[in-house]
Ligand binder design. Structure first.
Ligand SMILES: NC(=O)c1ccc[n+]([C@@H]2O[C@H](COP(=O)([O-])OP(=O)(O)OC[C@H]3O[C@@H](n4cnc5c(N)ncnc54)[C@H](OP(=O)(O)O)[C@@H]3O)[C@@H](O)[C@H]2O)c1
Length: 227
């Protein structure tokens, strides 16, 4: 499948690498291809420059946000929360219309340090705001409640049967994304929360995620809904 991943951070890189390894035709999108490939210093988190990753994952094409959305049958939003709507506008309404947008972003505000706060919550969610801004796209919120490595390899944890949530207004799109999570990454417990208003729950769960991370000093954990 042709997948377009908007975002060159840890999430974009990890998802792109796994899908390319699976045999998908993957493009990763950035604002300025030349500038991103020319970076030669680690990012704020100490991750190596993008081109170090790309040298190891040269099957992944690199394009602008618009190239990437146009390439895609399935679009993945792995942009920073604050830049998501602007970045999707740069990708172009016509390039995402009618397509599934797997939305992994979280509305995190790091301006006052750790833990981050949410710049929207309770009465709306970033998933809903993206859907409102792009009414012709089929937004499905998922994968935002685990760290990037677990997104593509849930069985990395001893109890790999932890829970992944999906929220979306289009039932067929949600079913397709659920099947994609299972087939591409090995998720086994995928819980359909309901329409996109339920993304308020999975986005607000990230406030708990950040505090568990800070108290255990370990990002390799996940939530399980024990029925
Ligand atoms: N890191 C995790 O493990 C994790 C886990 C769950 C959810 N998430 C969520 O996943 C998303 C991606 O996280 P990340 O850590 O991989 O990357 P990130 O640092 O949050 O975002 C990187 C991407 O955002 C783009 N961006 C930044 N400012 C922009 C602007 N003003 N206009 C347009 N684009 C802009 C960058 O574009 P350029 O390529 O042009 O620089 C880059 O592609 C976030 O919403 C995050 O909350 C992350």
């Amino acid at each position: 499948m042709k997948v377009g991943i908007l975002g060159t951070g840890m999430v974009g890189q990890t998802i792109a690498a796994k899908l390319a390894e699976n045999g998908d035709d993957v493009m990763i999108g950035t604002r300025d291809v030349q500038a991103t490939l020319a970076k030669d210093k680690p990012d704020m988190m100490g991750n190596p420059p993008f081109r170090v990753w790309h040298d190891k994952n040269h099957k992944v094409k690199v394009g602008t946000f618009a190239d990437t959305a146009a390439h895609a049958q399935l679009v993945v939003n792995a942009l920073s929360g604050q830049a998501s709507i602007e970045g999707l506008k740069m990708a172009g309404e016509k390039n995402i219309a009618g397509k599934i947008v797997v939305d992994i972003s979280n509305p995190l505000d790091f301006s006052k340090g750790m833990p981050p706060s949410l710049f929207m919550s309770n009465t709306t969610s970033l998933g809903e705001e993206i859907q409102k801004a792009f009414p012709n796209a089929k937004v499905v919120k998922t994968l935002n409640t685990v760290n990037a490595y677990l997104m593509v390899d849930p069985k990395k944890l001893k109890d790999g049967d932890h829970t992944m949530f999906v929220s979306g207004n289009d039932a067929a799109a949600k079913a397709e994304v659920t099947a994609w999570l299972k087939k591409s990454f090995g998720w086994s417990d995928v819980l359909d929360l309901g329409d996109l208003t339920t993304a308020r729950g999975s986005e607000m769960a990230v406030a708990l995620w950040a505090r568990v991370w800070m108290s255990t000093n370990n990002p390799m954990f996940a939530f399980k809904v024990v029925r």
